[in-house]
Each structure stands twice: as C-alpha cells, then as structure tokens.
Design a protein around this ligand. Structure first.
Ligand SMILES: *[C@@H]1O[C@H](CO)[C@@H](O)[C@H](O)[C@H]1NC(C)=O
Length: 279
C-alpha cells in the first residue's frame, strides 16, 4: 500500500512538466469592416488553398510586427512577456521557477513554412521557422541540470538559433457582431532548435566561479537540455503563439480573407489588380 502510494507520487511528479506564460493583453479592438491592403484573399474551394494561406501569412507578418493601433493589435517586435514559469519535477533536469519581464527580439523574422487548413475538421497544421530568438529577462530558478545544482536569480540572456516549429491547432469559428472569425482553441507546438546560448548572471548568490562553471556547462550541454525541456518550452511557445494569433484573427472576420467565391466584389478585384501592378 505504502509502496503504491510512492509510485503514485512519483508519477505525479513526472506529470508536472509544464510551461505557463502571461502577457499584458490590449483592450478589445474593433473588427475590420473592410479588407486592409496587406490582407491577401483566399478562397475556400481553391485547390491551392494551402499555398494561398501561407502567402497570406508571409505578407501579414511584417504588418503585425509593427502593430496596428486602429484595431488594437499591439506590436510583437519586440515581444514583451510578463512571466514564463517553468516546472519540471523529474528526469535528468529538474527546474522550478520563472523568467520574468521578458523582451524577445526576433519574432518578426519568422517565416511561415507551410499552412494546411482543414476547415471541415476545424484543424490547422502549420510550420513557422524563426532564425533567431534573442531573449533578455530576469530569472528566478532552482533545480538540477544533469549533474550540477542550479540556484539563482538575476538577469539573463538567452539566444535560440534556428527554431523550427510544427504547430497543430484545433479551431472553432464563432461569431462576433454577426461575423464569423477563426479562433484557435488549442495549440500543440513541436519544435527543433539548431543551437542555444545562455548566460545567467548572479547564480549562487553571485559566486563568480560557480556561476561561470554552470554557464559553461549549460552551453556545452545545450542540445541535451533543450531536448529534456522541449515539452515545457513547447507548451509555452504554444500559449504565446495562440494568444498572438487570436489577437489578430479576432479582428479580421473570415468574410475578408477566407471567401466563398461570389463574396469577392468588383471593388476589391480592382484593388487587387491595382496592388499587383504597383508592387
Ligand atoms: C518587471 O517590470 C515591472 C514593470 O516594469 C517592474 O515593476 C517589476 O519590478 C519588474 N520585475 C522584476 C523581477 O524585475
């Protein structure tokens, strides 16, 4: 009985691998009434819908990075996050704590690699490649990294190179003010990181020798560390991306970008051909 109880506790500990984030959200903005110039129109029955949607994302990203005040979309370059909590209770790496006040430079250089939207089954499978995420933050962490203990709080720099994500999203199509929008209900992110550089300052209450040793160790073992933390980081990335995407798609009804053929009116056809000849 007692043994069973301990096995249960152990399993519970293994389950507490998660990442959690929070971000200051802007107030709800108004819906777009007309198609903004940067928004590409795709048709639901287009046999090349995937290509069209991927181009739509490619063209959209630079605009979103700057932010769109008229509909309350805040810039995502740099991206500010209040907290990213980390909690991993078992395995070669155990960690508890959080990163606070994060400034992330690099999301605007993201490239959508593929976008497969399955409207009937309300699913989307997509890919995003980020050449570099350059993160500055405060940290407060305690745990064990392979053979070494880690404890400290202070400022830190974290660089993730060549982040290649594959994203599975579950969708719904609710209505706002009588107009349909795309909403991401759940997002699962798998990713690979090319390499990582970290620098945690003020480890072990400012002990320079131990701090330097641990930072070197973290950088030398970065591949193993990323692999072990990938589920936790994936969840955090999923929450961040979901929020960003919903912030945008809640402002642009599907009648503006995911059309049934006859919804495209003459004015917009003229606008499209005008934009084509001028680009
Ligand atoms: C995070 O930023 C807020 C607002 O700028 C500040 O009040 C707070 O002290 C910061 N927290 C840490 C741990 O630096």
């Amino acid at each position: 009985m007692c043994r069973l109880y301990f096995i249960f506790l152990f399993l519970l500990a293994c389950e507490t691998i998660f990442g959690k984030i929070s971000r200051r959200l802007p107030a709800d903005g108004p819906l777009y009434k007309e198609k903004p110039p940067w928004l590409k129109i795709c048709k639901r029955n287009d046999p090349n819908l995937a290509t069209c949607l991927n181009e739509m994302f490619v063209e959209m990203f630079p605009e979103l990075a700057k932010g769109i005040p008229e509909v309350n979309i805040s810039p995502f370059e740099p991206l500010y996050l209040d907290t990213v909590s980390v909690s991993k209770g078992a395995g070669p790496i155990t960690l508890a704590g959080s990163f606070i006040n994060l400034t992330v430079v690099g999301p605007s250089n993201a490239t959508p690699t593929f976008t497969n939207l399955d409207i009937a089954n309300k699913r989307m499978h997509s890919g995003i490649f980020l050449p570099l995420l350059d993160i500055k933050a405060r940290y407060n962490l305690k745990g064990n990294i392979l053979v070494l203990p880690l404890v400290g709080h202070g400022s830190c720099d974290l660089k993730l190179y060549k982040v290649d994500t594959k994203v599975h999203s579950d969708l719904s199509f609710p209505k706002i003010d009588g107009r349909e929008i795309l909403q991401i209900d759940h997002m699962r992110v798998n990713f690979k990181v090319g390499s990582m550089r970290v620098h945690l300052r003020n480890l072990f209450n400012g002990n320079e020798v131990l701090g330097q040793t641990l930072n070197n160790f973290l950088n030398q073992n970065s591949n193993d560390i990323i692999t072990d933390l990938s589920e936790s980081i994936g969840r955090s990335l999923g929450e961040i991306l979901k929020e960003l995407m919903n912030e945008i798609f809640s402002k642009i009804p599907t009648d503006l970008w995911l059309r049934v053929d006859d919804e495209i009116n003459e004015n917009e056809k003229k606008q499209e051909s005008f934009e084509k000849t001028n680009s």
